[in-house]
Design a protein around this ligand. Structure first.
Ligand SMILES: Nc1nc2c(ncn2[C@@H]2O[C@H](COP(=O)(O)OP(=O)(O)OP(=O)(O)O)[C@@H](O)[C@H]2O)c(=O)[nH]1
Ligand SMILES: [Mg+2]
Length: 212
């Protein structure tokens, strides 16, 4: 068998549901509590992180869609667990609300944080990968460290994506990457910019996220 075919088969078998690229992404549903979608057997790739770090923007970028998910420079845009069907139901991307938005009302803050923790701890969902997104400039905050603790405790596989890399120069970027890696335990840390990612950078991140 030609080596290229072998490589293609290997890649297919080593990714979540054999996904090597995204051909379609469709909004399926937004939930705020228990729902059959949580345990329907379709692998879930989940995007979590502090409010405004760019979770929804990363989902748009990876699916190569400008407006699949609504983004806003006003924190607190996403308020539900939003499920997107990838490649006709082969997987879900799940865009979560953000935690740690200081200016939200205490009630709203508590509501969103409870929803995120409920999903990760008690909903019955077993995500195939949790993508913890940070603002690269801000680095890993106490909220993120708490999130990592929850992910480790519940044995959810996770990787860290330092987003908004376009806001840093080369020197700042290397220093921040070292600091984030040191604080992120054994997790893979990838840098990214949802704003400026090239198709190649998009494909590289996608491969990391979908590695099985
Ligand atoms: N410069 C830059 N801005 C970005 C990047 N990614 C997202 N943004 C901007 O950051 C803001 C927040 O983006 P969202 O994708 O809505 O962030 P979110 O994490 O989903 O926010 P919540 O749903 O409120 O938790 C928007 O103004 C985006 O345009 C990036 O890589 N670089
Ligand atoms: Mg969002």
């Amino acid at each position: 068998m030609p080596w290229l075919a072998c490589f293609a088969i290997l890649l297919y078998c080593s990714t979540v549901a054999g996904i090597t690229s995204i051909n379609s992404a469709v909004f399926k549903k937004g939930i705020i509590g228990t729902d059959p979608i949580l345990t329907d057997g379709v692998p879930q790739i989940v995007f979590v992180g502090r409010s405004n770090v760019g979770k929804s923007s990363v989902v748009n970028s990876l699916t190569n869609r400008k407006d699949l998910v609504k983004v806003s420079n006003k924190p607190g845009k996403t308020t539900e667990l939003n499920f997107f069907s990838i490649n006709n139901g082969k997987a879900y991307f799940v865009d979560l609300p953000g935690y740690g938005y200081a200016e939200a009302s205490p009630k709203q803050k508590e509501k969103l944080e409870k929803l995120i923790l409920w999903y990760l701890m008690y909903s019955g969902a077993r995500p195939r990968m949790v993508v913890l997104i940070l603002d690269m400039k801000a680095g890993l905050t106490a909220f993120d460290e708490e999130m990592i603790r929850v992910l480790r405790e519940h044995e959810h596989p996770y990787l860290v994506v330092a987003n908004k890399a376009d806001k840093l120069n080369q020197k700042e970027s290397s220093a921040q990457l070292r600091a984030i890696q040191a604080a992120a335990h054994e997790a893979t840390v990838a840098t990214y910019s949802a704003t400026t990612a090239t198709p190649k950078e998009r494909a590289t991140l996608l491969q990391k996220i979908l590695e099985d």
